[in-house]
Design a binder for this molecule. Structure first.
Ligand SMILES: [Zn+2]
Length: 312
């Protein structure tokens, strides 16, 4: 496989879909909703990636499905895999083994047909303890990036960050480790600004300045809702845009599905059809999107539809 920077130049690169929600539906991941109120602003839920060591076959199978659907990149399931987040779920002592197993599994399935990205997300410390916790975040994110690099990930996808301040920390850690990074923010409850108050254009500019090889947004919005924020980013940067929307319908009153009452136990009631990803795929080239895929709610059927749209 060519390195990610070359693939992006040839673009568009088709990534994969969402792992945790799909594996939760298959009974392999715990949402945490049995213990706390998830998503309404109180509890943060669990959604941690221990499936990599507890049920590797289930994860292997989902990787294969995405690969056969057209994914050129498989994300190792290392989302929420910092020691900080794993500690809270009772898996802190398994931080090394979960991150290593996840990269190893993805590489095994990818072979020479796809690249493997290490997924790094927010620690949730910023939501819990405020901006004063950024130094702790830095230690945790740096540790996870070191593990992903040692395990052989080809590049990083820094995703689902709510605070630009924590994304900046992650980009600095990626640069210090010499790892190329795609950087995507998640906007909630509205697409107009991230949690610490920066517009999509500001986010795009700052992520570009910190060396991201592609910048954009993932999760929270369906493709149609995400499009205006992507256009704002497009106008603010010259690096490729990255867009991995969710497959859940949002509303004019709330642009993020994880803030809707349907999250996480009634998501079927807001699921959009794969046809909307086919339609989104048709726009990808015209909108200057160099990296695309799906986030929560996107299984292989959605990635197949997206692939067909991109190539239509
Ligand atoms: Zn998502």
């Amino acid at each position: 496989m060519q390195p990610i920077t070359e693939l992006l130049q040839a673009g568009p690169v088709i990534g994969d879909g969402g792992y945790l929600i799909e594996l939760e539906r298959r009974g392999r991941v715990d949402s945490g909703s049995g213990r706390e109120q998830v998503g309404t602003g109180r509890g943060s839920g669990q959604f941690t990636p221990e499936v990599a060591i507890e049920n590797p076959d289930a994860l292997r199978e989902l990787h294969r499905e995405f690969l056969d659907a057209g994914s050129m990149v498989l994300q190792a399931l290392t989302f929420f895999g910092t020691r900080e987040k794993l500690n809270r779920a009772g898996y802190g002592a398994d931080t090394e083994s979960i991150n290593f197993a996840a990269v190893k599994l993805a590489k095994e399935v990818a072979g020479d047909r796809a690249l493997v990205a290490g997924s790094v997300s927010r620690t949730q410390l910023t939501e819990r303890e405020g901006m004063g916790s950024l130094d702790k975040s830095r230690d945790h994110i740096a540790e996870q990036i070191r593990l992903l690099k040692d395990a052989g990930a080809d590049f990083l996808i820094l995703e689902t960050f709510f605070h630009l301040a924590e994304m900046k920390v992650a980009l600095e850690c990626a640069a210090a480790a010499g790892m190329p990074a795609v950087a995507t923010m998640s906007f909630r409850p509205f697409i107009t600004q991230c949690t610490d108050g920066h517009t999509p254009a500001e986010c795009a500019r700052i992520m570009t300045d910190l060396g991201a090889i592609a910048v954009g947004a993932n999760c929270e919005q369906d493709p149609q809702r995400m499009l205006p924020l992507l256009r704002e980013m497009r106008a603010a940067t010259s690096v490729p845009l990255a867009a991995q929307p969710a497959a859940f319908r949002t509303t004019d009153e709330c642009h993020s599905f994880t803030r809707l009452p349907a999250f996480p136990d009634d998501l079927e009631t807001i699921q959009i059809s794969r046809g909307e990803f086919f339609e989104f795929g048709k726009f990808v080239r015209a909108e200057g999107i160099g990296y695309t895929g799906g986030c929560c709610g996107c299984n292989a059927a959605y990635i197949r539809a997206l692939t067909r749209g991109v190539n239509a």
